[in-house]
Design a protein around this ligand. Structure first.
Ligand SMILES: [Mn+2]
Length: 395
């Protein structure tokens, strides 16, 4: 069985509240159609985050429908399986399931229970004579019960011993989170609001776990679970090649063969200069090093001060000398103060934190992030706001 594994399409993304990514998504989907025509996979799967928002606009919804129909026309016998991610509205994705089923397209938005038991049928897609796909969407809370219930049901139905592909949209602990903010709490990593689960919490009898949520493509140490990564670069942190993954499993129990198929971006993301420089130097550097391929530009500035209000306009006018260069934003790093090292780990635990004075927390946050002390005006202002809130609460 040959599966084209994709995830995290984020259709409808508006970058920086301004740039609609639709053309770039079209560029990706054109390439996806070419891959399908060339490779004839037995199924196309999208492991969550179909849309960027849980309230996608009408044009994003039309865009998705048009492109899925095009894929259906291209490969009418190939099932499409799309699950909801944490960015999607689970009920919206569920609402699409009925009609799309008519064209071999399975939308699975949520898990449902009858009493204590999950309804398993909606998650199990059989590709006759080829294999099984377990379509698990993102669900809040720990998901291992659902994964294992579905796997166990497939075990009883899989009398021909065909390959089993499991889909998931979650954080697996110890994965590489480079394109994400992650925090660790009570020994579990939390990424994008999803608590991590350990891969060992899922029964081992799947042949390939097709993961979404983490945008950095990577195969996990067990050799049969993979984040294929986002197909379109979504922000400046995702500085890696974007791709989809073609997976082949011949028999149940075989090691999956994975092939990464790289995608060409329509626009690139440029952080200029690579290391932050003082404003005037950064502007000069940009002028001298304008990229020759179209893309989004972020100026990387080193400054202890607030930047002058014409900074954005100055960057924009330099970008006009290039071709297809779009101003995105600038990032300000503050020079490290002498004798100051990186912020230390908190010297208090959660319950001590709850007892702390809000002013103390705010002051500490300010000093650590801006690497400078709060001035007296700001201190007074903060004290008076805290005072006001307290009076409001006791009223
Ligand atoms: Mn995502």
């Amino acid at each position: 069985m040959k599966i084209l594994h994709t995830s995290d399409w984020h259709i409808g993304q508006i970058l920086n509240f301004h740039y609609d990514r639709q053309e770039e998504h079209q560029h990706f989907l054109d390439q996806l159609c070419n891959i399908i025509e060339r490779e004839h996979p037995d199924a196309l799967i999208v492991s969550g985050d179909i849309y960027d928002k849980n309230t996608p606009g009408n044009s994003a919804m039309k865009f998705l429908s048009d492109n899925l129909l095009r894929i259906c026309d291209l490969a009418p016998d190939m099932p499409l399986i799309l699950t909801a991610g944490n960015h999607d509205s689970s009920s919206r994705i569920e609402s699409m399931a009925g009609v799309w089923r008519r064209v071999n397209t399975h939308f699975v938005g949520a898990a449902e229970k009858n009493g204590d038991d999950y309804l398993l049928d909606k998650h199990i897609i059989e590709i006759p004579g080829k294999g099984w796909i377990a379509a698990i969407p993102y669900i809040p809370d720990y998901q291992n019960d659902l994964y294992n219930a579905v796997l166990s049901e497939i075990r009883t139905r899989n009398t021909q011993n065909l390959p089993v592909i499991l889909m998931g949209h979650t954080t697996i602990g110890n994965a590489v989170f480079t394109a994400h903010e992650s925090v660790s709490f009570n020994g579990r990593d939390i990424v994008g609001g999803i608590n991590s689960m350990d891969i060992s919490e899922i029964d081992d009898d799947y042949d390939y776990l097709a993961l979404g949520h983490i945008h950095t493509p990577q195969t996990l140490p067990n050799g049969k679970a993979r984040y294929c990564g986002s197909p379109v670069q979504l922000n400046f942190k995702e500085q890696f090649a974007h791709s989809v993954t073609m997976v082949t499993v011949d028999n149940h129990g075989d090691t999956p063969k994975m092939e990464t198929i790289e995608l060409k971006p329509l626009r690139r993301f440029y952080v200029i200069p690579k290391e932050p420089k003082p404003l005037e130097e950064a502007l000069e550097y940009l002028e001298a090093h304008l990229p020759d391929q179209q893309g989004y530009v972020q100026l990387n500035i080193l400054s202890a001060e607030r930047l002058p209000s014409d900074t954005e306009n100055r960057i924009r006018s330099i970008l006009e000398h290039g071709e297809g260069l779009l101003y995105c934003d600038y990032k300000v790093s503050r020079p490290a103060r002498e004798g100051q090292s990186a912020p230390e780990k908190p010297d208090f635990n959660l319950s001590e934190f709850r007892e702390k004075d809000p002013f103390e927390i705010a002051e500490r946050y300010f000093t650590e992030t801006l690497q400078t002390d709060m001035d007296d005006t700001l201190k007074e202002l903060l004290h008076s706001v805290i005072q006001e809130v307290r009076e409001e609460e006791t009223r």
